[in-house]
Design a protein. Structure first.
Length: 145
């Protein structure tokens, strides 16, 4: 019985309909993955009034996919949404900053201690936000204490 149903559903007319529906679905999905309209982001991160030596920064938004960047010598670098250093979509973001001790003393630990207070590593507790505007210089500054 299932063979009869399968054969009928794969008839030429039905196959054309399925092929058209599949093509339309692929175009919708591909359109949703566009990286157009992203804006470059730069900035600084300090902890106790000194540049944060290294770490990562996460950008969470309700309107765009999660993005991240690197922190080196207090500078925010390579903010990435889809491909390396492509930037962020305009809008409001919640921010999390991570900086783990990479010294020899802590290399064997599964989760090395944080160099900054743990609250900054979660967008829900960090209290850090940013608004990104298209067509403008988006230089962010985060002063952690």
């Amino acid at each position: 019985m299932w063979q009869t149903i399968l054969c009928k559903s794969l008839s030429r007319n039905n196959l054309r309909r399925w092929r058209g529906a599949l093509l339309a679905a692929l175009l919708v999905v591909a359109g949703g993955c566009s990286d157009g309209g992203l804006t470059q982001v730069t900035g600084t991160v300090t902890y106790q009034d000194k540049p944060l030596e290294y770490g990562t920064i996460d950008f969470l938004s309700t309107h765009s996919r999660r993005a991240s960047g690197q922190i080196s010598e207090g500078k925010i670098l390579s903010v990435t949404t889809y491909k390396p250093n492509d930037g962020l979509a305009e809008g409001d973001y919640q921010i999390a900053i991570h900086a783990r001790d990479r010294s020899e003393e802590h290399r064997d630990k599964m989760v090395p201690p944080s160099l900054i207070p743990e609250r900054y590593s979660d967008v829900g507790t960090s209290g850090l936000t940013a608004t990104i505007e298209a067509g403008k210089e988006n230089a962010l500054s985060f002063k952690l204490d």
